[in-house]
Ligand binder design. Sequence first.
Ligand code: 13P
Ligand code: SF4
Length: 302
Amino acid sequence: MNEKIHRIQDLKKEKNAVIMAHYYVNDEVQDLADFVGDSYYLSETASKVDADIILLCGVSFMGESAKILNPHKKVLIPDITADCPMAHMADTDKIKAVREKYDDVAVVCYVNSTAELKANSDVCVTSSNALKIVKALSNKNIYFIPDQNLAHFIADRIPEKNFIFNDGFCYVHHEITADDIMAVKKKHPNAPVLVHPESKPEVVALADYTGSTSGIINYATENDSKEYIIITESGVLYELKKKNPNKTFFTVKTPQVCSNMKKINIDNIIEALEKESPEINMDETLIKNSYAPMKKMLELSR
Ligand code: 13P
Ligand code: SF4
């Protein structure tokens, strides 16, 4: 293993590359990344990074986001088939129809979406800034794509706006039920429940804290409880345990795993750096049109 890590370090130097990783990828990949974080952190970092190559260890919408925000860099993704199913769960015809029906509408696009969906939207959001950004919009009507659960989380907290819901979901979070949580809560009644907002409303209703992957990690790190119930993909457990070696974390389902995130490994990272492939390639118009809502996100979340 050490030999492979050295190879990666050499390739990084030789190619002037940086490695970015999401909290859901395998532990050993998080270990070798220069930047590890939630979707917002990865987008913001990618927009500023000054290297020739960005190797994005995550799913393809994350690679696309990096390319949109820093189009002159070469963006590599170790496995091009690592895709988020939810990123495709909205369609541009429906966006058009909603725009025709409502005159004062903002199309708000969760970053877990294809570049084409972003390009047809007014503003992008991540789980960490969606509430702040939607509150800041002057529009009365909000068409939130693709995730129904994040949309409900936001809508419940901004009752003055009219939400039009889409039916996308993340299978990792959507499968978890209130009963699953109650079963674990029975065994660990004092453990706060930390929930990602891609979870169903019945799950969010049981949360002591709801927030992004970084938000969950920060909450558990800053609070005194010695045990927590974690309702998100289990990749976050690595950082949680690293930061909190004396605390215990419980999940409710085995596994709570995003199979696409787990496609990234040491071997395909080496291959991607050696071959400078697979590369995220997008045509100029798509980059230009998806840049505006991404840039608006960065501005509104400051
Ligand atoms: P975060 O933005 O909280 O990192 O979440 C990304 C994601 O894919 C959740 O499923
Ligand atoms: Fe997509 Fe869910 Fe995987 Fe996140 S955890 S990348 S939303 S499938």
